[in-house]
Every structure is written in C-alpha cells, then in structure tokens.
Design a protein around this ligand. Structure first.
Ligand SMILES: *Cc1c(COP(=O)(O)O)cnc(C)c1O
Length: 394
C-alpha cells in the first residue's frame, strides 16, 4: 500500500492542477498545428497562444505585447541579464544584484563578470532584506542594470520592490526582478512596482514545468539569447510549446483568483506550524523576516543536527521538505542565503524549509507537529555536539 505523502516543498515545484491539465490536453493531440503555418488548424494554436499571453499580461498588470514565453524561470533570468547587459554595454558595464538571488541569477552574473562586466552583490540584513541606502550608494555612471528578486526561494523574504523600482527609475537604470516565487502570493503590478523586466515560471504556481515568461517593458533595449526563427515577435526563436503556453495562462489565472483569501488560509496554517515547532522543539531558530515574508514559507534551524539526516527521516515518515545544508546541493558550503543572513555554518547545516501549498491540510500540519519533534530528538540523541552542549559525559 502506498503510504500517504505530506508534500511541503511547494517552493521547489508544484503539481499541475486538474483544470490546467484539462486545458492543455487537446493541444497535444487534435490541436497540434504549428502556429506559424497558414492553414486553418494552425489558427487554433495561434489564438491559444494569444489568449494565454493576455492572461499572463493581465496577472502582471502588463500589456500583452510585453510578455514573451520562455522555457522556464532560468531562461527568463538568463535572458533578462545577458540580453540587457550585451544590448547596453555601450552605456556601461556595471550590474547590481544581491547575494541571496537564485543560482539562475548568480551564475549568470558570474558568467557576465568573465565577459568584462562588473557586478556588485548587495548584502542583506538578518531578516534577508537589502538596504535601500546601500543600493542608492552603489549606483554609478556605468550602472546599466539592477536585478533584485521579489521573493526569496529559501527564506521567503519579500523585498521592497516598489521602492527599489523607484530608485532605479530615478537613476535611469533598467530594473529586473525575479518574481518566480511571488506569483500567487504577492500582488504584482509592473507599473506600480516600476519594474522593467520580470521573470516567472509556471511550475511554481500549479502549472507545468519547462515554461515561463519574461515581461519586457516596451522600449527596453535587450538582445536575443535564442536565435532562430521569428517566433515571439522575433525575440525568442523556437516552435512554441503550445500545451505548456496554454498551461501557464490558466495557471496564472487561477493563482491570482481569490489570492488574498487563499494566502490568509495558508499563512494561518504556516503560523500554526511555526508556533508548534518553536514550542515543541528547543534550540530552534526561525530564519528570515516574520513580517515581509511569503505566506507559505517556513525556514527553521535546529541546533546540533544536520539537514540531510533530518530529510532522510522525514522522508521515511512520508514528509517531503528541503534543507539549506550542503550535501543536498552537492557543494561543501551550506546555503548562500542562510550564510548571507549571518547564520554560522553549523546552524545553517541544521536548516529545514517547509513550503506549504493550497492543498495543505490541518491534519498534515498536525502530523508534522507530531513527527518532527521526535525525529529532531532522535538525531540529537546521536549527536556528540548535543551531548557536549547538554553537559553529558559519554
Ligand atoms: C525555481 C526558481 C527559478 C528557476 O526556475 P526554473 O523554471 O526551475 O528554471 C528562478 N528563480 C527562483 C526564485 C526560483 O524559485
């Protein structure tokens, strides 16, 4: 018999909602025409792309002509950074970002540094927030781009995007934000936020994997990174992934429906989980801001234990979660985000991210609150650090 799975890793990816899949299915079979072709069956796919583009634009407060489909969040981030950097290099070579961005931004910046660009990585405070003052002071004559994420994927911190956008606008610098984690949780409006470019990815809001979009404000100078045919108004080549394009449209429509209500519900479950964990498990640290935070994100560190062991035992109990500890990411250092908010290595290694979803139930929260304290205690009982700290002699 299959054991019940408690999925608390929605920041890693989500399932595809039934309504989304239902909309997608006909575009694998009967509606398969290449939208670039001229016969009538292609008109259906062409208009499906159109409709989806409209839905994405509406959810972001953008115009339809400013939405470009990509193969996911990473491509959108790569395109924004490389595209703007190369198209504007006659104006300057300086880029500003933060040290808590997703690898799709950080590793693209590392690449651009090798290509002769200069990158400033702003630090964050212990809540995970940048300083607007420091941002202002980092802008130089040569600054061509600011890229700062809307919401962080590990600790859920939401940056003051409108204020950042205002600073960028006043300085005449192009502003990109990675909003991949924010869709469905934060009210996004590209004009109110003064954003010039914005990345999203469908699989973080109950849509399919391998599809995303980049919002590009009209008039922004940006190079292509995928060269080829004339799709996406000559800006992003390749025959369109129609089922996925249809999927992202429906998914973003659903994600932004009754958003405040859904978020309130998720936040109340998250808070119950948080308070229960803190009450039941001693030597626990809550990571990131409690105020400016995604409603579905919880990130805690348990002293004296390692995240990998914790994930393994949680998995045995049917609970899917994530850690900022090192081995899970295949590197030696723990999460760059947890280090950036000032956690010592050993505390960062004992971190756990639980990210809730729309389908998370109260029963699931109760189950985690029952199982997690026992697992943490079991690991601590095996930890020499713990017995030493407790003054036990072994
Ligand atoms: C998931 C994620 C990405 C990457 O998106 P993919 O669709 O997996 O390429 C980029 N940025 C953030 C903040 C993310 O959470």
């Amino acid at each position: 018999m299959d054991k019940k799975i408690v999925y608390l890793d929605h920041s890693a990816t989500t399932y595809v909602k039934k309504e989304v899949l239902d909309d997608m299915l006909p575009y694998f079979t009967e509606n398969f025409g290449n939208p670039s072709s001229l016969y009538s069956i292609s008109r259906k796919t062409k208009s499906a792309i159109d409709t989806s583009r409209e839905k994405v634009a509406k959810a972001l407060g953008a115009k339809k002509e400013e939405i470009y489909f990509t193969a996911g969040g990473s491509e959108a981030d790569n395109w924004a950074l490389k595209g703007v950097a190369f198209a504007n290099k006659n104006k300057g070579n300086h880029i500003i970002t933060t040290n808590i961005e997703h690898p799709a931004i950080l590793n693209t910046c590392k690449y651009l540094e090798k290509q002769g660009f200069e990158v400033t990585y702003l630090g964050v405070n212990e809540e995970g927030l940048i300083s607007l003052e420091e941002l202002k002071n980092s802008i130089k004559d040569t600054t061509i781009l600011i890229s700062i994420m809307l919401a962080n994927n590990e600790i859920g911190t939401i940056q003051p995007i409108s204020e950042i956008g205002k600073i960028a606008k006043e300085s005449g610098v192009i502003f990109h934000t990675d909003a991949v984690q924010a869709v469905g949780h934060v009210d996004i409006n590209v004009d109110e936020m003064n954003v010039d470019l914005l990345s999203i990815a469908a699989h973080k809001f109950y849509g399919p994997k391998g599809i995303g979009a980049l919002y590009i404000r009209k008039g922004i100078k940006i190079d292509n990174i995928i060269h080829g045919g004339g799709q996406e108004r000559k800006k992003r080549a390749g025959t369109e992934n129609i089922p996925a394009v249809v999927g992202i449209g429906r998914a973003i429509e659903l994600a932004t429906e009754n958003m405040d209500e859904k978020n309130k519900e998720i936040a109340s479950k998250r808070d119950r989980l948080l308070n229960g964990i803190v009450a039941k498990i001693p030597y626990t640290k809550v990571n990131g801001s409690l105020e400016s935070r995604l409603p579905n994100n919880l990130n805690v560190s348990f002293h004296f234990i390692e995240g990998e062991g914790l994930l393994l035992l949680l998995d045995q109990a049917g609970i899917c979660a994530s850690t900022g500890s090192a081995c899970s990411s295949g590197s030696l250092d723990p999460s760059h985000v947890l280090l950036a908010i000032g956690l010592p290595h050993e505390i960062a290694h004992g971190s756990l991210r639980l990210s809730l979803g729309e389908a998370t139930t109260d029963e699931e929260i109760d189950y985690v609150l029952d199982v997690l304290p026992k697992i943490v205690q079991r690991l601590r009982d095996m930890s020499p650090l713990y017995s030493k700290a407790m003054g036990e002699v072994k």
